[in-house]
Design a protein around this ligand. Structure first.
Ligand SMILES: [Zn+2]
Length: 67
């Protein structure tokens, strides 16, 4: 099996991208990092953006409804 990104022979772990491409571990990790940044899915990216959104909502709610 060959990596569809760098077309090198994949040895060991094969990474399947969200679009179904077969990549070597190196390209897969790279792509995953880029995808996570773009989509904001999975882990810290989501947690951070949600936290920011939640903080804003909390602040707005605290102002309108006290007690
Ligand atoms: Zn590769």
């Amino acid at each position: 099996m060959r990596c569809e990104q760098c077309s090198r022979k994949i040895r060991g772990k094969v990474y399947t991208s969200i679009t179904g491409r077969k990549l070597c571990d190196r390209c897969g990790t790279r792509l995953q990092g880029r995808t996570a940044g773009a989509v904001g899915g999975g882990g810290l990216g989501t947690a951070r953006s949600t936290g920011g959104w939640y903080a804003r909502v909390r602040r707005a709610m605290g102002r309108s409804s006290k007690g």
